[in-house]
Design a protein around this ligand. Structure first.
Ligand code: NAD
Ligand code: ZN
Ligand code: ZN
Length: 344
């Protein structure tokens, strides 16, 4: 094999990514090398490249945390995967395995967690170095391009719906019907919930209906909280906010039924604007949710392998990443772009 790989690299925040040739990394003891087949483009990658969040990645870095590929080489001592296995390298790149959170199966909030495509180089490259203890195991029969969005957009929304504590037959409102949201709708339907999808774009709402939403609300053309309350006879039991917009957070609390739970998943920079009185007097729970555990990953992938959820994907080459980012920023991506890598 050649010793160089193509990668899309963030060299300066808020500037276009630079296509570079990097040395293919060599897996050390306990590491594996994955040859990328496909990698989804998440809105988080945009936040990362812009340096939107308080904890910033160290420059230069390779984004991408929906990378799926085949194990190309294993370092000394690796037994959990073998060459040729199909794995995913997710946002939860690794954790310590020993802290109070890891020990209680909350590895997502491990103090020493590393993040794929953020604190570790990710999947916008032909090869990815990974920790075999934290990779996703892709079920047989699920193609790489279909698995990609599941390992971030899928797991995050599947976990977020569980965290909403909405029960079968009850209502969930899903704010933002993009990459995360279009999968959230499908997970929620297959989990037996009634779904109200909210977006600011009519095209996204048509799509939301197509993938199973019972009711849709355009947050631009109406008072979305009032519209959701009316459609759900008093508010959604669970609300999942995936929209990368602060106004969606304020509205999301207003959509929540008394004693319901509003789960925050979108990560726009800034502070969370909320009327305290509405939260207190309605006994509302507001809860953050961050990707999902390895167990959530296996469950989220099983739904996809069984054909119960399917990401709507648009395939693009790695070289188009800056156009894809531009479209994602302007709401012009229908659901999920997957970078497809040739030569596999
Ligand atoms: P996306 O761009 O594909 O989708 C966002 C959707 O929100 C679009 O359809 C857009 O039209 C809609 N939207 C924008 N403003 C809105 C508003 N005011 N009300 C309703 N809808 C609105 O993005 P994505 O890849 O789905 O990611 C969404 C957010 O989730 C990002 O902030 C991302 O960083 C975050 N995220 C969080 C986690 C986590 O673990 N918590 C994981 C993955 C992504
Ligand atoms: Zn993501
Ligand atoms: Zn830990």
């Amino acid at each position: 094999m050649t010793h160089k790989m193509n990668a899309a690299v963030v060299t300066t925040f808020a500037s276009p990514l630079v296509l570079q040739e990097w040395d293919i990394p060599t897996p050390g003891a306990g590491q594996i090398l994955v040859k990328t087949e496909a990698c989804g483009v998440c809105h988080t990658d945009l936040h990362a490249a812009r340096g939107d969040w308080p904890l910033k990645p160290t420059l230069p870095f390779i984004p991408g945390h929906e990378g799926i590929g085949l194990v190309a080489a294993v370092g000394a001592g690796v037994t959990i995967v073998k060459e040729g296995d199909r794995v995913g390298v997710p946002w939860l790149y690794s954790a310590c395995g020993h802290c109070e959170y890891c020990l209680s199966a909350w590895e997502t909030v491990c103090e020493k967690a590393e993040f794929g495509g953020y604190t570790k180089n990710g999947g916008f490259a032909e090869y990815i170095l990974a920790d075999p203890n934290y990779v996703a195991h892709i079920p047989a029969g699920l193609p790489a391009k279909d698995a990609a969005a599941i390992i971030c957009a899928g797991i995050t929304t599947y976990k977020g719906i569980k965290e909403s504590e909405a029960k079968p037959g009850q209502w969930i409102a899903i704010s933002g019907a993009g990459g995360l949201g279009h999968l959230a709708i499908q997970y929620a339907k297959t989990m037996g919930l009634q779904v109200c999808a909210v977006d600011i774009d009519d095209g996204k709402l048509v799509h939301a209906k197509r993938v199973g939403a019972d009711v849709v609300v355009n947050a631009k053309s109406s008072d979305p909280a009032a519209a959701v309350k009316e459609a759900t006879s008093g508010g959604a039991h669970g609300v999942l906010i995936t929209a990368p917009s602060l106004s969606a957070f304020k509205q999301g609390v207003g959509m929540t039924r008394k004693r319901g739970t509003c789960v925050l998943v979108g990560l726009p920079p800034g502070e969370f604007p909320v009327q305290l009185f509405d939260v207190v007097a309605n006994c509302i729970t507001i809860r953050g949710s961050f990707v999902g555990t390895r167990r959530d990953m296996a469950e989220a992938l099983a739904f996809a392998a069984a054909g119960k959820v399917k990401a709507d994907i648009e395939l693009q080459p790695l070289s188009s990443i800056n156009q894809v980012f531009d479209r994602l920023e302007h709401g012009e991506v229908a659901a999920r772009v997957i970078l497809e890598f040739g030569g596999n």
